[in-house]
Design a protein around this ligand. Structure first.
Ligand code: DP6
Length: 404
């Protein structure tokens, strides 16, 4: 051990959620946590939705400890996924010097030092809002910062986040991000995230929280059952996703929202079709989700073009992509049919937005009757950057290293 004192050294990082438009569903290798198809997602702005993780290291700590949303989680801390992230980053660690240039910890020291980790999500955990993606991305980003880790090839940090949760690899970058499936050679090191488009300035998203309770079937369990029982899933991975992904990347580069919207909705539909094709079947969408689909569909027909694109992950919550010029109108329409308590729409004001009679008439034909409470919260958001250093928040007490 070098000249380290008993003082606590800590860092805090935040990481975003991401919502896939070409879905990852099914593992090729459960040990390395690699997918049966490549996928593509939009990293969302961190203003409202993010995971914030503080990690501290000190010679005075006697064991590793981990708090998630204030609750100590020993089982998760010792899970193979969590350990894979810690050990993966430790392998890339470098020496740590203080401000005067004194060596405090050499890279060999790190693995003998215990960690205290505290992570908070600013949104419901495990409700299909990609909380594990943000959480594992924040964990890996904070470890990289703490250990001054250096990649040996581009995207290596994302291969570590992938071992925490597959979708987390895409949260390691901002904008529009692909997760390339990769190959088994060299321990799947090419199964990694790759930025596709840094920004699409007009792209927007509305997140409709239909339920913030924990989902019935976790993604990990659900996709294992789908791989074992759904022939549709195999067909999708081999024959549909490759061409669809290519078309989607082209649409993103061309900022062609119509094609982006069509492919997004088709892919969400197909993902949920593979869930139904699973035995026993998995139901992530519910009646409210389906009513949202109907309203979006009518909105697009009324507009005479694809202005809104719904997508659903492993839960009933909807994410609706649109362009900036339609976001307020679309939000007003959704707030009309799925009224939310005052103040539950963050990021947008719809009060001045009038809705056309012809649009309301068309939507009424779906049979949807506005009912308060079906949607609990709505977030108006847009694409954003990858993990960020946080200087104004710290989840651990700097004196004791305990959760605060
Ligand atoms: C439906 O990344 O949560 O959101 O790798 O087992 O942790 P694990 O799964 P996870 O699955 C996400 C599935 C999805 C689609 C997607 O994000 O691509």
């Amino acid at each position: 051990m070098t000249t380290a004192t008993n003082s606590i050294y800590m860092v805090t990082m935040s990481a975003p959620t991401n919502i896939a438009v070409i879905k990852y569903w099914g593992k090729a290798d459960t040990h390395y946590n690699t997918p049966i198809n490549s996928s593509l997602s939009v990293t969302l702005d961190q203003t409202e939705l993010r995971a914030i993780t503080t990690i501290a290291v000190s010679k005075q700590f006697t064991k590793d400890r981990f708090w998630l949303n204030g609750v100590e989680e020993d089982e998760l801390l010792h899970s193979p996924r969590f350990r894979a992230c810690i050990e993966g980053v430790q392998k890339l660690a470098q020496d740590h010097y203080d401000a005067q240039g004194n060596l405090i910890y050499s890279k060999e020291d790190w693995k003998h030092l215990h960690l205290h980790i505290s992570s908070y999500n600013t949104f419901p955990t495990a409700a299909g809002l990609a909380s594990s993606a943000a959480g594992y991305a924040a964990l890996v980003a904070a470890l990289c910062q703490l250990y001054h880790a250096v990649e040996t090839f581009p995207g290596e940090f994302s291969t570590i986040a992938r071992q925490g949760s597959g979708s987390a690899c895409r949260s390691m970058y901002g904008g529009i991000v692909a997760w390339r499936q990769g190959t088994p050679k060299q321990e799947w090191r090419d199964s990694k995230a790759e930025p596709v488009l840094e920004d699409w300035p007009q792209l927007r998203a509305l997140l409709l929280v239909v339920s913030d309770s924990k989902k019935d079937t976790s993604s990990t369990t659900g996709m294992q059952t789908s791989v074992q029982t759904s022939m549709l899933l195999q067909y999708r991975a081999q024959h549909i996703v490759p061409a669809r992904l290519q078309a989607m990347e082209q649409a993103c580069h061309a900022r062609d929202f119509g094609t982006f919207a069509q492919l997004t909705m088709q892919d969400s539909n197909q993902f949920h079709a593979t869930c139904l094709d699973t035995y026993p079947p998995i139901f992530y969408m519910n009646d409210i989700s389906r009513q949202i689909v109907r309203i979006v569909t009518v909105y697009n027909s009324w507009a005479g073009e694809l202005r809104a694109a719904y997508t659903f992950d492993a839960g009933p919550n909807a994410v609706i992509y649109c362009l900036e010029q339609h976001q307020q109108h679309l939000a007003a329409l959704l707030c009309h049919y799925f009224p939310i308590p005052k103040g539950a729409l963050s990021g947008l004001d719809t009060s001045s937005m009038a809705l056309e009679e012809s649009l309301l008439q068309a939507c009424n034909e779906t049979g949807r009757i506005p009912r308060m409470g079906d949607v609990q919260t709505m977030y108006a958001t847009k694409p954003g950057p990858g993990p960020l250093v946080v200087t104004d928040v710290c989840n651990l007490d700097p004196e004791t290293g305990l959760n605060c």
